[in-house]
Structure formats: C-alpha cells, structure tokens
Design a protein around this ligand. Structure first.
Ligand code: ZN
Length: 343
C-alpha cells in the first residue's frame, strides 16, 4: 500500500487515532477457542445459581501463572458448563463480541470431548451453539463462523479419532465444520500418536490445524508439518530456532497463527518486545494474528492489533497484510477467498 494516502495518514496517526482507525477496519479471526472465550462476567451470569456468586470466586477460577496453570484454569472454568443452554448464552455472547470488533469471518476452535466427557450430549450442545449464533444473527451481530473441532494432545489417539468422527458426522449433516485440530499440552505426546486421526480427517475432507511450537523446541513444528501435514499451525513460534524449518513454512505457505498476549501470559515468551514474530515475518513465514483465549487473557483481536501497532510501530501496509492473511490462510473455499480477500 506504499504511496497510498491512507498509508501516509496511518503513519502520521498517534495514540487514540490509531486505535480508532483499527476499530473501523473489517477483520478476520482465525485463532480463537470457544471455551477460551468465556470471560469472567459472562461466566458469573451463567453460574450464579451454582454456588459461585462472588467476584473473588470467579477471579480465583481464572487465576494462573504459567502454561500448566493456564490449562488447569481452562479445565476449572469449563467444568462449570454443565447445561446445554449454557452454550446458547456463550455462543450468542461470543458472536456479538466478534461482530462488535467488525470481524466478518471467524474460525472458532471447539473441543467437543471437553463436554461429552462431562456427560453432555454433543448434538444438544452444538444445537444450542447454533441457536445462539442464530439469535445474534437476527440482531445483526454475528459474523460468518466456521468450526475447527479439536482434541487435546494429552488425551491420546482414541480421543482424536472420536473427535474426527464427530467432525465428519456434523460436516455430513451440513454444519459449518471445516477442520480437525489438536491443542492442549504439546509436550505430552509425540505427533505419531495422532497421525492416524489426521490422515482420517484429511480423507474425510477436513483441513488440519495443529498447535505446536508454542513452548519448547522446533521439533514439534517439524512433526506438525511432516507427520500431521498441518495446513496451518497454532503459534509455531519455536520455528524461529530453525532456519530450515522457517524456509519450509515459507515455501509451503503454512501459516502460523500468532497470539501475542497469550504467549506472554502463559510464559511462552518473556515479554512483548522479545516475541519473535517480526523475525518470522522477515524470514518470509506467513503469519496471522489471533486472540487465542480472550476470556482468560482479557484481549480480543482488536486489542491484539492495537497492541502490535503500538509495540512494533507497524505501518498501515503491514496491518492490511495481517488482515488479508486472515482470508488467505483461512479454511474458506478458494471461491469464497476470491470473493472476500486479496486473492
Ligand atoms: Zn490456541
């Protein structure tokens, strides 16, 4: 966009002007978890009749200091979602929140087994989620949303296969499921354990989304690429430690979903300024920007964009590129990408 007056205007903007400009931009959110989007006051409203009434009790549920602590907090919050109608309220609230940031398309990662293992019926909870979106849509406050069904790596291969079956069944029923994925504790099991599930997902027409390289070394990112044949990678920032891997990601156009605040708050990186995403971009690795778990980290995509602009003094060209990447590396069909994106 060099030479465009908007770029010159954007570069000259300061503070609140930048914030206001970003607020007006249409956006795409590819890395956001349904279960991680339940924010404290939303949860408080849902569980007020379940013995949790004080703000301090709610804050305690969300407290964590590192990555294992974050996974525990995630489980604590989700254990409280015990009724199908909870999912209606959450879906409606998330849709409104996304639309409020001018997000026109989102890929929402959903973990069905987190709920079926608590005795909830998958069809019923999904039915409630879709009703929640419908209610938001009728208010004019729901973007286009596709689902990525994911499993937790620590649950092993059986859970992964079960999740693929649920994703396939829903896809066949016409639900907007576009991909199968894996998240959770990436150091808990090697990719080989999940290979069968990813191959099955691919054979059923699902795209593949792998959380890897959030913590630790580049090895799990290599495995995501070579063994699980990931179409897109959640985080993947450990790729910075391996030049050959960065080259492969660039050549094969496998994008990394970068979630800045998430990485700082879970301790994956020490501070914003130490985050390696700019070096990844310079190496030609495609990246998108996502919020990950806004309910826990307190930031949504719009906040992440503003934080990135302030911390790295991004110009309008790069902000535009990040938003374009949201379409380019999404799991939308080629036809839809052409209609919505940069081509
Ligand atoms: Zn994630």
């Amino acid at each position: 966009m060099q030479g465009c007056p908007i770029d010159r205007e954007f570069r000259a903007m300061k503070g609140k002007q930048v914030s206001n400009f970003i607020s007006t931009l249409p956006k795409v959110e590819l890395h956001i978890h349904f279960e991680g989007s339940v924010w404290p006051t939303l949860l408080a409203g849902i569980v007020k009749d379940r013995g949790i009434s004080s703000g301090e009790q709610i804050r305690e549920l969300y407290r964590f200091g590192d990555f294992p602590g974050f996974l525990q907090a995630y489980r604590r919050v989700n254990e409280l979602l015990s009724r199908p109608e909870d999912f209606y309220h959450i879906a409606r609230a998330i849709a409104r929140r996304l639309a409020g940031q001018r997000i026109f398309y989102a890929e929402l990662t959903y973990t069905p087994l987190l709920h079926t293992r608590q005795g909830l019926d998958h069809d019923e909870t999904m039915g409630c989620i879709l009703e929640g979106f419908k209610a938001a849509r009728l208010e004019g406050k729901c973007p286009r949303i596709n689902f990525i069904y994911d499993t937790a790596r620590q649950w092993g291969s059986e859970a992964a296969l079960e999740t693929v079956e649920l994703a396939t069944g829903d896809l066949d029923s016409g639900l907007p499921v576009v991909a199968f994925g894996v998240g959770g504790d990436e150091l808990s099991a090697p990719a080989r354990e999940l290979e069968e599930a990813f191959l099955l997902a691919e054979s059923r027409g699902l795209r593949k989304f792998v959380h890897a390289g959030e913590l630790g070394e580049a090895g799990p990112v290599w495995e995501a690429v070579e063994i699980l044949r990931a179409d897109r990678i959640g985080h993947g920032i450990a790729a910075i430690k391996d030049e050959k891997l960065m080259k492969v990601l660039a050549e094969r156009q496998i994008a990394l979903d970068i979630c800045l605040t998430s990485n700082v708050l879970t301790g994956a990186v020490k501070s914003f300024t130490e985050h390696p995403w700019m070096e990844l971009i310079k190496a030609g690795v495609p990246v998108t920007l996502g919020s990950d778990d806004p309910g826990f980290f307190g930031v949504w995509l719009e906040d992440e964009l503003k934080k990135a602009v302030q911390t790295w003094n991004l110009d309008a060209g790069l902000v535009g590129q990040l938003i374009d990447n949201g379409v380019r590396y999404s799991f939308l069909s080629a036809k839809e990408k052409k209609a919505w994106g940069p081509g």
